[in-house]
Design a protein around this ligand. Structure first.
Ligand SMILES: CC(C)(COP(=O)(O)OP(=O)(O)OC[C@H]1O[C@@H](n2cnc3c(N)ncnc32)[C@H](O)[C@@H]1OP(=O)(O)O)[C@@H](O)C(=O)NCCC(=O)NCCS
Length: 196
């Protein structure tokens, strides 16, 4: 698969992309770009960065080598440098509740559906429509697997991601009501769903 639209190409990742994808994930999920973040925490993440990146790389390598059916990692590259991934997402099968949260009285059954995780765009390439293109390519991939529904989790306080998902039609399916939220004020995890 290779989809080209505007200046970005979306394709399936290969083992050669593992280094770049690990950089994107570490940079996006562990390094804060918020100037208000305490300098001590910033120093800590800077020191731990190589270790975090190495852990992510091992996980990616094992997912790539397992060759699980219905697993995919898609990457986006810019047409000027087709070998350097600038964004990625992964899709796997995951058990999710079949009934939305407001129908809790109908019981709590779980079923496996395609699930998106680890969506991240390198900070230098954000707000150019790359994530949107990756998500649309993910829909085409799961359609080829015979599904017409996708799920993903998002944290309540991740406003950029929530705007993006809302923009392309993901809707709230379920929400986690953990003790951490009620006692410690931690953001909730929302399970989103899109039918296409
Ligand atoms: C969330 C993220 C993937 C968005 O990637 P992106 O390539 O910048 O998103 P796009 O350019 O495709 O944005 C499409 C739409 O989403 C919304 N959006 C994206 N980023 C936004 C932001 N920072 N603030 C408000 N809306 C935003 C907008 O509606 C945008 O359309 P517009 O640019 O025409 O207004 C990126 O910010 C990121 O990697 N964040 C860190 C990792 C992360 O949180 N991943 C999601 C985990 S659930």
């Amino acid at each position: 698969m290779q989809r080209q639209s505007s200046s970005f190409i979306i394709r399936h990742a290969s083992s050669r992309d593992v280094g770049h994808v690990s950089d994107i994930l570490t940079e996006s999920f562990y390094r804060s770009h918020d100037r208000k973040v305490n300098w001590l925490l910033r120093c800590f993440t800077d020191l731990a960065y190589p270790l975090l990146r190495y852990g992510i790389m091992l996980d990616l390598n094992s997912r790539f080598s397992e060759q699980t059916p219905c697993y995919a990692c898609l990457v986006a590259t810019h047409t000027t440098n087709k070998s350097q991934a600038i964004a990625s997402l992964e899709i796997c099968m995951r058990y999710v509740p079949t009934k939305p949260h407001h129908q809790f009285w109908l019981g709590h059954t779980m079923q496996q559906y395609p699930y998106i995780f680890n969506l991240a765009v390198h900070p230098q390439w954000r707000r150019r429509g790359v994530a949107k293109q990756l998500l649309l390519a993910a829909e085409k991939t799961v359609k080829q697997w015979g599904f017409s529904r996708l799920y993903m989790h998002v944290l309540e306080d991740n406003q950029p991601a929530r705007s993006l998902y809302d923009d392309i039609g993901y809707r709230l399916h379920d929400q986690e009501n953990s003790l951490n939220h009620w006692l410690l004020g931690h953001p909730r995890r929302f399970l989103l769903q899109k039918n296409f």
